[in-house]
Design a protein around this ligand. Structure first.
Ligand code: ATP
Ligand code: MG
Ligand code: MG
Ligand code: MG
Length: 432
């Protein structure tokens, strides 16, 4: 640890030692003789006890000027304190004020969400938001570790792309030195090329979609974990996904206990999740909807309420496979036994969180792929390179894309996706 400073979350390793914490003042209370400073350093909150008798009148009087969010380093002895949130407190031997904060707009009272969103750069300093962002970080690391342990190669896909992967309606366009270009809404096609080179790959990049509707689960900019595997069929693909999701849940339960407590997450719901996840066909899912009294016709895509009904039926993440070919992307491989459906599966999260993964087996036959490109009225020239992949050693292959923010929302138990990312990009809202 640098300069004898310690993170609050690691205090347990320094019991009865004198250490320094570098942080900000979150709150304070006390009397003329004893002050309790609640400090935050990004890793947690710590109660620091300042006794006038111990540190002298001059230093003690300086605590009067300390406002919320004042930056301060505090030195003291770490003591066990079962009543404190982290289990420890500090008996202060000295402190240094770095910068006295102006009157802080986000107080310890309740604020409306619009007020907070306008001040997102400060809102992220509150314990709840910090807990979410720490869980997000843990989830990202867990995904990377999962793939690293399985010898996947991290192969990044481009962000600026010349053509639309699945239609232009949700694309953000930009000017590329006089040429029309778009921000990537999926790295998939490039990931397929990377998989034909490297075998099993994943990428983890930002994704952009000009979603025109306001929902609790759509952002304009989000992060997607995408994997592509050569020689994987639909079942291999599903097995990999459930192992991955299970691994990530386990990591969060193990390493984010404090954060989950701050968020008041009902962890039993996560602990009860078991492998394998149920698998049902789209046709079976339609039956479930009809039994639940929904007016639903085979061939339609599910909306959020439908997904909720289906996942509530199981109380577990559930794979829905073999969607109608007509509602899925051009590259999805039709089921040889029934070409009206594709060998794709979505993973629906429980507790109403909806689709978190879209995945499937890709068409590996050149002629069929060409035919699909035409049927979807896509410009064939733009897909020459993609068709090449089927000319030179084509193999069965599969992949999927998982939305990071949806996963964070689910594991944290959040009402809305806007809290899952430091600076959410939403419909007509991109400040700060
Ligand atoms: P939905 O049906 O919910 O709009 P989708 O089918 O359009 O999602 P895919 O293209 O399959 O999404 O993308 C893969 C994953 O990316 C989704 O399962 C979801 O987890 C996530 N995702 C898609 N769109 C968004 C968005 N606008 N904001 C956040 N995450 C998203
Ligand atoms: Mg969508
Ligand atoms: Mg969908
Ligand atoms: Mg999808």
């Amino acid at each position: 640890e640098i300069l004898n400073t310690v993170l609050i979350k690691n205090l347990g390793k320094h019991l009865d030692e004198e250490v320094t914490i570098q942080g900000w003042l979150y709150n304070q209370r006390g009397s003329g003789k004893v002050k309790f400073l609640i400090l935050r350093d990004g890793s947690g909150l710590l109660q620091c006890v300042i006794v006038k008798q111990n540190i002298g009148e001059e230093l003690f009087d300086k605590t009067k000027a300390l406002t919320q969010e004042t930056s301060i380093t505090v030195t003291g002895i770490v003591k066990e304190e079962p009543r404190a949130a982290g289990g420890y407190e500090m008996q202060v031997t000295g402190f240094e004020v770095i910068n006295i904060a102006e009157e802080y707009p986000i107080t310890h009272k309740e604020h409306g969400v619009d007020f907070l969103l306008e001040r997102r750069h400060l809102w992220i300093r509150t314990p709840r938001q910090m807990a979410i962002l720490r869980i997000r970080s843990e989830i990202e690391h867990a995904f990377r570790d999962f793939f690293y342990q399985r010898d996947f190669v991290l192969a990044d896909a481009p962000i600026i792309t010349p053509s639309a992967c699945e239609g232009t309606s949700t694309l953000f366009g930009l000017d590329y030195h006089g040429e029309k270009a778009y921000l990537s809404q999926s790295g998939q096609l490039y990931s397929e090329a990377n998989a034909m080179a490297l075998g099993r790959i994943y990428c983890f990049g930002p994704t952009f979609r000009a979603e025109k509707s306001k929902t609790r689960r759509h952002l304009m900019e989000f992060w997607m974990v995408e994997a592509e595997m050569a020689y994987f069929d639909m079942d291999d693909n599903i097995k990999l996904q459930e192992e991955m999701v299970y691994y990530v849940i386990t990591r969060v339960l193990e390493r984010c206990k404090r954060e989950l407590t701050i968020l008041d997450r009902d962890v039993e719901k996560l602990k009860n999740i078991q492998l394998p996840f149920p698998r049902i066909s789209y046709t079976e899912a339609v039956e479930i909807l009809k039994e639940a009294g929904e007016d639903f016709t085979w061939g339609e895509d599910f909306g959020a309420p439908h997904e909720t009904i289906i996942s509530n039926h199981f109380g577990s993440p559930v794979f829905v496979h073999r969607y109608p070919t007509s509602i899925k992307a051009f590259y999805m491989k039709p089921d040889p036994e029934d070409p009206n459906v594709v060998l794709g599966a979505d993973l629906l999260a429980p507790e109403g969180y909806g689709e978190i993964i879209g995945g499937g087996q890709r068409i590996d036959d050149l002629e069929l792929l060409k035919q699909r490109v035409e049927e979807h009225h896509l410009p064939i020239e733009a897909f020459e390179w993609y068709l090449d992949l089927r000319k030179y050693g084509s193999v069965p292959h599969s992949g999927f894309g998982l939305g990071l923010e949806r996963t964070v929302a689910w594991l944290c138990g959040l009402e809305h996706i806007r809290e899952t990312i430091p600076f959410p990009r939403m419909l007509h809202k991109m400040y700060p």
